[in-house]
Design a protein around this ligand. Sequence first.
Ligand SMILES: C[S@@+](CC[C@H](N)C(=O)[O-])C[C@H]1O[C@@H](n2cnc3c(N)ncnc32)[C@H](O)[C@@H]1O
Length: 242
Amino acid sequence: MAAPVRLFRELFFHSTRCPHREICSGIDLLNGMSKQSTWNRFYKMRQEKGEKSFDWFVKYDDIKESLEQYMPNDCAVQPFQLLDIGCGTSDFSSKLFSDIKASKLLYCIDFSQNAISHLVSLNMDSTTSLDHQIQFIIADATSLPFTSSTFDLVIDKGTLDAVLRNDNGADMAVSAISEAIRVLKTNGHFLQISDEQPDTRFELLQQIAMKYNCQLSVNFKQIDTSFGMEYFIYTINKTVSS
Ligand SMILES: C[S@@+](CC[C@H](N)C(=O)[O-])C[C@H]1O[C@@H](n2cnc3c(N)ncnc32)[C@H](O)[C@@H]1O
């Protein structure tokens, strides 16, 4: 997987001064992207720098128009349920949450406890009610702590890209995608925002979608042209419950 050049440069130049030398090299980060310990050190370092939210790539405002088609109508009776898998400390899904007028519940999960505790501290002031809530949970994408058919929209921004870097990344990615499909409601959507090229990711998604009898559509969107990077939104629409 190609790394975001901006982040790589930042980490590379930071490495000479950083007390967490083992995580501060961009190469170490890329090699350890599937490991919980790597991400814990990464988010600790960013929190110590006094940083608030951090987006690995693609910010909400870059693609908000592309997401409008998945939003509920303003008068929906049931709360719209969203799940962000591997949220890190990104504010992507909380911004999306703010733009939804209907009642809504957002669950942000990550296996890094440092990411989750940082997000909790950033969101301490948010006002919530029973049907307008954000929950932050430490959890693994390959074993989600939710009952089947819970969510209208599941989002992954960069998480499967990280999971795929594991030694048995393909198997873990199949587990993570299967879990995302399991927790989706019928007619719900699973969006993956990724820098992986369609010729690799599409085949994997197609195999899994066929197994679950889901409709699969792929969108291509080039977002960060300043570094010559291409990003993609992959969409799985669950048409049959599994
Ligand atoms: C590339 S970062 C993306 C973070 C965030 N979505 C963003 O766009 O900035 C990948 C995230 O996935 C999390 N992650 C990696 N493997 C995971 C797994 N098996 N279960 C849950 N989270 C995972 C990492 O802790 C990290 O926060």
